[in-house]
Design a protein around this ligand. Sequence first.
Ligand code: CA
Length: 224
Amino acid sequence: MRVLIVEDERELADGLARGLRREGLVVDVAYDGTSALIAMGASDPDVMILDRDLPGLSGDAVCSTLRGQHHPVRILMLTAAGTLDDRVAGFDLGADDYLPKPFAYVELLARLRALGRRTGGTPGTVLEAGEVRLDTMRRTAERGGVPLQLTPKEFGVLEALLSARGAWISADALLDEVWDIAARDGEEPRRNVVKATVHTLRRKLGAPDPIESASGFGYRIEEG
Ligand code: CA
């Protein structure tokens, strides 16, 4: 599970990060709301621990921004004021859970684990090769932490190449898998569709080009 801690009290944020890393979680930290939104694009966490009281962009604003974007991240909101009104306001903004400060670390951990289970993000849904990362469940792809805006066919081709784990995939196999077209020998126009899609996919992936191509073999992306 990947967690982003958003908390301006650095000692608390860093202490939490150390503790959660010891639990085997992948943890990133942001010390203000604006950095939190930038970090969201880069690290794609399953759960965000979001302090409500942040300088600049508030926790509420971060939460409603993400929900406005229909971002699937689960949000556990922390606040110093644990009143019922605050609790309701937190849920209204789209927080998934709410924890008043001060809290016991074990309680935070329990809530975090519960939210992690609800994300449905099993490890098998993320395909990776080098800097390229694709989440089959969320239908998102990124390179070096930068999100890629792919068409469904480009996404399908990238998914097929990453799933092959370094093996070659022919244009005909891609036609079959991504376009659901059974290609017969000699159907160049259809293979050209694959070629064109790989071309735009390469352009979006940027340099260095992770896709290898070889005539007679097709395409592949080397693992690692
Ligand atoms: Ca704070």
